[in-house]
Design a protein around this ligand. Structure first.
Ligand code: APR
Length: 233
């Protein structure tokens, strides 16, 4: 059985990582145009670096841990006869910390930097500053967070599209369904005859397209869903 799982900020909410939209969301405190576009980075790299430095520090602070939803998805992928493709819009590393391998980070990763000079990516756990030197080419001032900003092309699109069309199940967890192309995968799945399930605390913008839904916190609903699949086999 092939399962494609798409996760969004909601899966990490119970780990203490803020979501984007909603009362305490990151986009309530920051304007997207100021911190998450290539134009913003050209205009004020220090401000943009600071925004991601704060998020990276928090992620590495020891206060953030994978929750049962991340852990159960990793367990699901280990079941014989089940092939999981895990796609995430999240830039945190909580799926990896939970034990998932080969996660497709379509919006990039907070713990990676990319050099606008040589194009290489490198692991990063410290703050990025304008003077930070690229470990690959040695140039200063060309590193940026390896995250996909608004107006940029997400990663792995061909691979994800092929996996969705070939899946038996498409499961979307904790995403508002407002940001494309991720929000369009449920329609791709439906058009390909793939069964679709949404797990979310609330209605999302695409709830009406899914065959089935489980409402509630991911930390409760995901373990229940995974246990059901394993029990049924
Ligand atoms: N369990 C399940 N779902 C939850 C939980 C929870 N504990 N808490 C919140 N949610 C749901 C909300 O109901 C909402 O539908 O998670 C979703 C979070 O939505 P967003 O904040 O919009 O996050 P996401 O969908 O991942 O955003 C997509 O937008 O700004 C960009 O690049 C950013 O990757 C991000 C993209």
């Amino acid at each position: 059985m092939k399962i494609v799982i798409l996760t969004g900020a909601g899966i990490s909410a119970e780990s203490g990582v803020p979501t984007f939209r909603g009362p305490d969301g990151l986009w309530e405190g920051h304007r997207v145009e100021d911190v998450a576009t290539p134009e913003a980075f050209r205009r004020d790299p220090v401000l943009v670096q600071r925004f991601y430095n704060m998020r990276r520090r928090f992620l590495l602070s020891g206060a953030v841990h994978p929750n049962p939803a991340h852990l159960e998805l990793a367990r699901l992928a280990l079941q014989p006869g089940i092939e999981v493709t895990l796609v995430t819009q999240n830039i945190d590393d909580l799926h990896e910390r939970a034990g998932s391998a080969g996660v497709l980070h379509m919006h990039g990763e907070l713990l990676k930097a990319r050099c606008e000079g040589c194009g290489e990516t490198s692991g990063i756990r410290e703050d990025l500053e304008p003077a930070t030197i690229c470990p690959e080419c040695g140039e200063a001032g060309r590193l940026r967070p390896d995250v996909v900003w608004f107006g940029e092309m997400p990663y792995f699109l061909e691979e994800i599209g092929r996996a969705v069309e070939a899946a038996d199940w498409f499961v979307s967890i904790g995403t508002s369904g407002l940001v494309y192309p991720a929000a369009g995968y449920v329609s791709v799945a439906r058009d390909a005859g793939v069964r679709t399930l949404e797990i979310n605390l609330d209605e999302s913008a695409t709830s009406g397209i899914f065959d089935d839904s489980l409402r509630g916190p991911a930390g409760e609903q995901v373990p229940r869903w995974v246990a059901g699949i394993i029990a049924a086999r």
